[in-house]
Design a binder for this molecule. Sequence first.
Ligand SMILES: [Zn+2]
Length: 305
Amino acid sequence: MCHRLISRICRENGELRNGHYLSQEGELEQFTEHADMIIGENLPILMQQPLKVKSHCWFAFRHSAEVLFVEKIKVRGIVIREYEAGESDKRLTVFCKEHGRLMVYARGARKPTSKFLSVAQMFTYADFVLTKGRGFYSLAQADIIESFYPLREDYDRLMAAYQVAEVCEKTLWDNLESDKLLLLLLRALSVLVKGDLPPTQISSVFLLRFFDVFGLRPQAEACVICNAGVESGAFLCAEGLVCRSHKPARSILMSAGAVSALRFALDSELKESFFFAASDNVIVELTKAALLLWESHFEWKLKSL
Ligand SMILES: [Zn+2]
């Protein structure tokens, strides 16, 4: 019934209000059920012809005799992967506050004249307006908060940024909130943009804290096996630090400086966690530690390594 009535409204270019439709008599009546969401291949074309709609929640479109209803959401998030699609489109993976990972289709985003040209880029942090489809969202509008553009000016910083984005992209679930990880990612990118610290130091701290957020925090206080102190150096395995007497088969040696840096990275406040002075050797040890932990817990290798 709703379809037929709203088809009539489409033809007359009438108004559709939030949760209401116009009856045949022209009176405003409330929706009693959600209209079926019908998403077709040509939806983005239809979106170019929206009705005059006051609602923030619903749009109606006419295609042949059918009316399509599309739910519209506002999210704040950051692009963590982009793919080319079609002749001039992009598919984006967006890591969103409160929503986790969302797949977003940005129609025409590769055209030089597209309004999405600067938005549909890696590391763009923005407020997005999305229309919901079946299995994906379409980008309708966006306001950039931070583009993290300076990352592109330095190869090593850019590679570190790709690595932290890839960790998120690989481990997130669609539509599952992971705001702690989002904060960690934004913090890591902000520190990378400043360029004060070695990029591998930042990506290693990110990875170590990622394990904490993910519930895989390595034990850094004492030997995992005998609880002996490890201040003078130790081995690191998937579960954490192990004293020199209990060297596990799959482990790496950590100097006293690396043990201190590991503890600082894990235990300090997020805003401070990247900022410590470390020798090149200690940063190499931290990087190896982060990679050992990654390879111990996840089957796939990070492409960006
Ligand atoms: Zn021990």
